[in-house]
Ligand binder design. Structure first.
Ligand code: DGT
Ligand code: MG
Length: 371
């Protein structure tokens, strides 16, 4: 009623690591539009507006309510004029002209198609586009193009890899990896990470962290797991990257750079009989198996908590954890370590809770990190 004080609404932080964001998204009509805009700016290597739209989407994802008028966004952080103009258009007409024009743009469509291939990033996609290539058959018919091993695999398994992985499939893969890990080292630690740890129903891959209790054994453990999967005949592709981890290095502020732990990017063969409720495959596909992308990361055990926090995501949550550490705490955080610039020392952690505590943050559960 008129004259009564405004209801106390908790202010929304500009940092995703100070918000709780479940997989329930009440503002999908806006965040889907923002993602198209962000992607389009990314294709044009325009990082500023790209991150601005990703940040705005992340703020809206954290709201337990749907935005129904622009006035409701007044106290929200990270929403600029451009963002609000897009929201207003969607509120009025149910769509945004800018988003529609991007979606029907040939360059956007082609780069989107090309980057959907495993091993093809925006740079390669752009190069192919500038050569006049527009479809997969254009690429495969072009004699001057040398696909690397990852890209060849990407085309070979395109149908399987571009199809979402279900929670049941992720669970079945967890059982397979768990069997392999513990047959090799009974006291090894295996953890599901990435989107499935956050409670997502579908993902583009399945991410695991594996480590040995004995410091220094983690790298041979990873190689032994790969060997075992090969012997089981389920290793369709393996790109192993040895550790380049250096304990004396300060944490990197660049999020997009990959971490230095030993890791492998795999494609594993998953049998339908191993999955409760069956495989997520196309109707009429009678193979009885599918390929699934799996990432295994193997940090030294004393970095386990940092690796787990870094690989659980979401990407926006990770970006904001680092930004918060740097801007609010004068600390440097990455997947390996946390460094206090004032005290000039590294801060040890055995659990994710330790890291949140070092940063002076309330603990956020994995299922609340879907920023
Ligand atoms: P999805 O697409 O359903 O697999 O979703 P996520 O969240 O599992 O995403 P994914 O598998 O690409 O990556 C899992 C997490 O690992 C991600 O949230 C952050 C971390 N991560 C992945 N790639 C990079 C990277 O290039 N740099 C850094 N710093 N972290 C990364
Ligand atoms: Mg993932």
């Amino acid at each position: 009623p008129e004259g009564s004080p405004p209801t106390a609404v908790a202010t929304v932080s500009q940092y995703a690591c100070q918000r709780r964001t479940t997989i329930e998204n009440n503002n999908k009509i806006f965040t889907d539009a923002f993602e198209v805009l962000a992607e389009s700016y990314e294709f044009n290597e325009n990082e500023g507006p790209c991150l601005a739209f990703r940040r705005a989407a992340s703020v809206l994802k954290s709201l337990p309510w749907a935005v129904e008028c622009l006035g409701a966004t007044e106290d929200l952080p990270c929403l600029g004029d451009h963002t609000k103009a897009v929201m207003e258009e969607i509120l009025l007409y149910g769509r945004s002209l800018q988003v529609e024009s991007i979606l029907s743009n040939e360059r956007y469509q082609t780069l989107k198609l090309f980057t959907s291939v495993f091993g093809v990033g925006p740079k390669t996609a752009e190069k192919w586009y500038r050569r006049g290539l527009r479809s997969f058959s254009d690429i495969l018919a072009e004699p001057s193009i040398q696909l690397n091993r990852m890209q060849q695999t990407g085309f070979l398994h395109y149908g399987d890899i571009s199809r979402a992985v279900s929670k049941a499939e992720a669970r079945a893969l967890g059982n397979i990896i768990d069997e392999a890990v513990h047959a090799i080292t009974p006291d090894a630690i295996l953890a599901l990470t990435g989107g499935f740890r956050r409670g997502k129903e579908f993902g583009h891959d399945v991410d695991f962290i594996v480590t040995a209790l004995e410091l220094g054994k983690e790298e041979s453990l990873l190689l032994d797991i790969i060997d075992r999967l090969k012997h089981h005949g389920i290793l369709l592709y393996c790109d192993y990257q040895a550790s380049t981890f250096d304990i004396s290095k300060l944490p990197s502020h660049r999020f997009e750079a990959m971490d230095h732990f030993a890791k492998c990017f795999l494609i594993l063969r998953l049998e339908g009989s191993q999955v409760d409720g069956g495989l997520n495959i196309a109707e009429g596909d009678s193979r009885g198996w599918r390929g699934v992308r799996v990432d295994l990361v193997s940090p030294p055990v004393d970095r386990y908590a940092y690796a787990l926090l870094g690989w659980t995501g979401s990407r926006q949550f990770e970006r904001d954890l680092r930004r918060f550490a740097r801007s609010e705490k004068r600390m440097l955080l990455d997947n390996h370590a946390l460094y206090d610039k004032r005290k000039k020392e590294f801060l040890a952690a055995t659990t994710e809770k330790d890291i949140f505590a070092h940063l002076g943050l309330e603990y956020i559960e994995p299922w609340q990190r879907n920023a």
